[in-house]
Ligand binder design. Structure first.
Ligand SMILES: Nc1ncnc2c1ncn2[C@@H]1O[C@H](COP(=O)(O)OP(=O)(O)OP(=O)(O)O)[C@@H](O)[C@H]1O
Ligand SMILES: [Mg+2]
Length: 369
C-alpha cells in the first residue's frame, strides 16, 4: 500500500499538488486522471522521489520514502515514463537489463530475465532482443518500456501514460494485454492517463484530479454512478451511463432464460408457451433457436416450428454489457439469449435489465431539466 499524507509540491507561487492525502491499495491498479497540468506526473514522481515534496509524508508499506536511499527505493519501483523513454543507443535487451545490471546481476541471469520478459510481452526474443528502439513500432516500444519496468519484479509499478503514444487500435490491444498481465502479476500500480475510457477499463480505482487536488477517488462504478463534484461529472462525460455499461459483464446482469429442448414433447412446449410468448430452444443445452406461440400454434412440432439462430446472434456471458446492448440494437431486438463459451444457453439479457442500471446513473437529465 502506498500512502500520501498531506503532500504538497510548490514551485514558487505555483502549486503543482496541494495537501493531498491518498492511499493506493496493495495489488490494485489505481488510475490518476485529470486534465493536463493537474499534477499527475508530479504525484507519481514524488512516490519514487524523482521529485521532492515541499511538505507532507509518503509511505510505501511501512517505510517512509524519504527515509530510504533513493537508489534503493527506485529499485523496488518499476517506472514507465511518459513517452516511453527507451535509451536509443541500447538494444532492446540492454534497455530491459538496465536495472538488473545496476544491481550487479550476473550477465547470464539478466539476459535470461530479459528474454523471459520479451516472451511475456509477446515479442519474440530471437527476433527483437538485438533490435534498437528506432526499429520498433510505437506499440512494440511501449511494451519494451513495460518490460523494462518489470525487470527486477518490483512490487510497485508507476506508469505515466504508458499507452499514450500509439494509435487507438494498438492502444486497445496493449490495454487488453496489460490487464491480462496484471491479473497474474497483481502489482500495486499507479497509472496516469488523461483518457477516461482507459481509466474505466483498466482501473480497480480511479482518482480524478484537478488543479493539484483530488476531486474523487473510487471504483470506476462509483465515479460513474455518483460523480461527487461538478468537475468530475463534466470530466467523465454525459455518456457516463453508457460508460458504466462497459464495466459490467453480461453474466452480472443476465437472468434465467426459459428454454425447451428440441426433443421435448408437444405438451411441454404448450405448457411453456402458455407461460410466455417465446422460449429458447436448445439441443443438449446448446442454443439453437427460439420458438414462438404463434408459429407453434400453426405447426405444433417443435423441430418444424422453431426459428434457428446463427451462433453469433447471442450475447456471450463474458461480453461487456455495452457490447451486448449494441448487438441488441443492431439486431433490433429487446432481449438476447446469453451463451457460455461452450455455446450452452445460460440466461438472457433484456433492455429492461440494462435500463434498470443506467437510470441509477442518470441524475444529469433531471438536473438539466
Ligand atoms: N519544474 C517545474 N517548475 C515549475 N512548474 C512546474 C514544474 N514541473 C511541473 N510544474 C507545473 O506543475 C503543474 C503540474 O505538472 P504535472 O507535470 O504534474 O502535470 P500533469 O498532470 O502530469 O500534466 P500532463 O497531463 O500534461 O502530463 C503544472 O502546472 C506544471 O506547469
Ligand atoms: Mg504528466
Amino acid at each position: 500500500m502506498i500512502r500520501l499524507e498531506g503532500v504538497s509540491k510548490r514551485y514558487g507561487e505555483q502549486v503543482a499538488v496541494q495537501e493531498t492525502t491518498l492511499a493506493f491499495p496493495e495489488g490494485e491498479l489505481t488510475v490518476l486522471i485529470g486534465p493536463s497540468g493537474c499534477g499527475k506526473t508530479t504525484t507519481l514522481k514524488m512516490i519514487n522521489r524523482l521529485i521532492q515534496p515541499s511538505s507532507g509524508r509518503i509511505f510505501i508499506g511501512e517505510r517512509e520514502v524519504t527515509a530510504v536511499d533513493p537508489q534503493d527505493l527506485r529499485r523496488g519501483i518499476g517506472y514507465v515514463i511518459q513517452s516511453i523513454g527507451l535509451f536509443p543507443h541500447m538494444t532492446v535487451e540492454e534497455n530491459i537489463q538496465v536495472v538488473p545490471r545496476l544491481l550487479g546481476w550476473p550477465k547470464a541471469r539478466s539476459a535470461a530475465r530479459a528474454h523471459e520478459l520479451l516472451e511475456l510481452i509477446g515479442l519474440e526474443p530471437g527476433r527483437y532482443a538485438k533490435s534498437y528502439p528506432k526499429e520498433l513500432s510505437g506499440g512494440q516500444a511501449q511494451r519494451v518500456g513495460v518490460a523494462r519496468a518489470l525487470a527486477v519484479d518490483p512490487p510497485v509499478l508507476l506508469m505515466d501514460e504508458p499507452f499514450g503514444a500509439v494509435d487507438p487500435l494498438t492502444r486497445e490491444r496493449l490495454q487488453d494485454e496489460f490487464l491480462r498481465l496484471q491479473g497474474e502479476l497483481k502489482k500495486t500500480i499507479v497509472m496516469v492517463t488523461h483518457d477516461i475510457d482507459e481509466a474505466i477499463k483498466l482501473g480497480d480505482r480511479v482518482c480524478v484530479m484537478n488543479v493539484g487536488a483530488v476531486e474523487q477517488l473510487g471504483t470506476p462504478e462509483e465515479v460513474l454512478a455518483n460523480p461527487k463534484t461538478r468537475f468530475v461529472r463534466q470530466f467523465v462525460g454525459s455518456d457516463r451511463a453508457l460508460k458504466r455499461l462497459s464495466r459490467l459483464r453480461v453474466r452480472e446482469l443476465m437472468r434465467p432464460a426459459a428454454a425447451l429442448e428440441l426433443s421435448a414433447s408437444a405438451k411441454d412446449a404448450e405448457a411453456a408457451l402458455a407461460r410466455q410468448r417465446t422460449v429458447y430452444v436448445t439441443r443438449s443445452g446448446q442454443l439453437v433457436g427460439w420458438l414462438d406461440r404463434r408459429a407453434f400454434a400453426f405447426d405444433p412440432v417443435i423441430e418444424r416450428a422453431y426459428t434457428e439462430v446463427s451462433p453469433n446472434y447471442a450475447a456471450s456471458e463474458g461480453d461487456d454489457v455495452r457490447q451486448a446492448l449494441s448487438k441488441m440494437l443492431s439486431q433490433g431486438v429487446a432481449e438476447l439469449p446469453v451463451v457460455a463459451a461452450s455455446g450452452e444457453l445460460v440466461g438472457l439479457l433484456d433492455l429492461t435489465g440494462i435500463l434498470a442500471v443506467t437510470v441509477q446513473a442518470a441524475p444529469d437529465a433531471a438536473e438539466a431539466a
